[in-house]
Design a protein around this ligand. Structure first.
Ligand SMILES: NC(=O)c1ccc[n+]([C@@H]2O[C@H](COP(=O)([O-])OP(=O)(O)OC[C@H]3O[C@@H](n4cnc5c(N)ncnc54)[C@H](O)[C@@H]3O)[C@@H](O)[C@H]2O)c1
Length: 317
């Protein structure tokens, strides 16, 4: 393998693997670090086929000291850190594990990047949990709002952002965090943050009943995964930009999402409603204005186009 251009942690996951495909398509050499806890080697089949000598997979836990050593030895130009405990509800059940992976794991990665003076670190943060419940007049949420994470997951992801800023101040490590909205698309696992799209896709295709918690009027900002991959690429190319939202700015209710997906699949079945789950925020959408001015990024895929592509992928897989 030639010199490493990029390390992608969490590269066997949903967003990470599509980022890996893109980097390889751009002619970069990529090393993936992933412990396969929620990711899957099948997500890396294209990378193996197309990447050849430019692609390498390391089965490794980001919490391990070996992660720091490996990144320091590889001296990549850019580190994309996406490995995380991604399940919000699991973080409520086991906040220690969440903190170990999301905070200590991030420190292992940042230490590796610092030791080899990587040019750029881009970290996946969570815009969906960073702002928490705000006055609805603040929608869509801007980066200037005071963060109010309400779950251990939200807190660990927000802490990651603080460390990134501190590493910039202390060691001059150039890091950018992307506060992602609810990402959906091909390869999505039902357990992730925007898992609802994958869950509905599975249920509607198998013609089993879907469950909506609460009234279904709760809103989220759904952003298509290829647009998010583009944001990671753009973030790796800018200098000294702390963090920005990556979302569409558009609120979509869970009911609207269900109806759009059901109509794309010509499925007329009604969902089943259960009481809402505690800890879920009412409304969320992320203002993308700063992403446009700082990264030159906008989401270009409409929800219906993105959902059509996602459904096609679920049909084939
Ligand atoms: N999907 C979303 O809507 C969304 C929204 C906001 C932020 N994010 C963030 O984006 C990143 C990617 O999320 P995703 O949706 O692709 O989830 P994912 O579960 O598909 O990807 C996470 C990857 O990290 C790996 N991983 C987990 N723990 C690890 C560890 N200890 N060591 C090494 N690898 C480990 C998993 O095996 C998996 O491949 C995460 O940091 C997540 O917090 C996702």
């Amino acid at each position: 393998m030639k010199e490493t251009n990029a390390v992608v942690t969490g590269g066997a996951g949903f967003i990470g693997s599509l980022l890996v495909d893109r980097l390889l398509a751009d002619g970069k050499s990529v090393v993936v670090i992933d412990d396969l806890s929620t990711g899957n080697l099948s997500n890396l089949e294209r990378a193996r086929e197309q990447g050849g000598n430019n692609f390498k997979f390391e089965s490794l836990d980001v919490r391990s000291a070996v992660t720091t050593e490996l990144i320091a030895d590889l001296k990549p130009e850019a580190v994309f850190h996406l490995a995380a405990q991604v399940d919000l509800r699991h973080s409520v059940d086991d906040p220690l594990l969440d903190a170990e992976i999301n905070i200590l794991g991030t420190l292992r990665v940042l230490e590796g990047a610092r030791r080899c003076a990587t040019k750029k670190v881009v970290v996946a943060a969570s815009g969906g949990t960073l702002y928490g419940d705000q006055e609805h007049t603040h929608l869509p949420f801007k980066e200037s709002l005071e963060p109010k994470p309400q779950s251990p997951y939200g807190i660990s992801k927000a802490t990651t952002m603080s460390y990134l800023s501190a590493y910039q101040e202390l060691y001059g490590l150039d890091g950018t965090a992307l506060a992602l909205a609810n990402v959906y698309g091909p390869r999505q696992d039902p357990h992730g943050e925007a898992g609802v799209v994958a869950i509905f896709a599975g249920q509607l295709l198998e013609k089993t009943e879907s469950t909506i918690f609460g009234t279904g009027e709760q809103t989220r900002d759904f952003v298509y995964v290829q647009d998010v991959v583009e944001a990671f690429i753009k973030a790796s190319e800018v200098e000294k930009m702390d963090f920005c939202n990556i979302g569409t700015g558009i609120e979509t209710s869970v009911n609207e999402l269900y109806e759009t997906m059901a109509s794309l699949l010509n499925n007329a079945s009604e969902p089943n409603y259960l009481p809402s789950r505690s800890g879920e925020i009412e409304r969320s959408a992320l203002d993308p204005t700063y992403a446009q001015s700082s990264l030159g990024w906008v989401s270009t895929t409409s929800l219906s186009d993105g959902l059509s592509k996602t459904i096609e992928w679920f049909k084939e897989n």
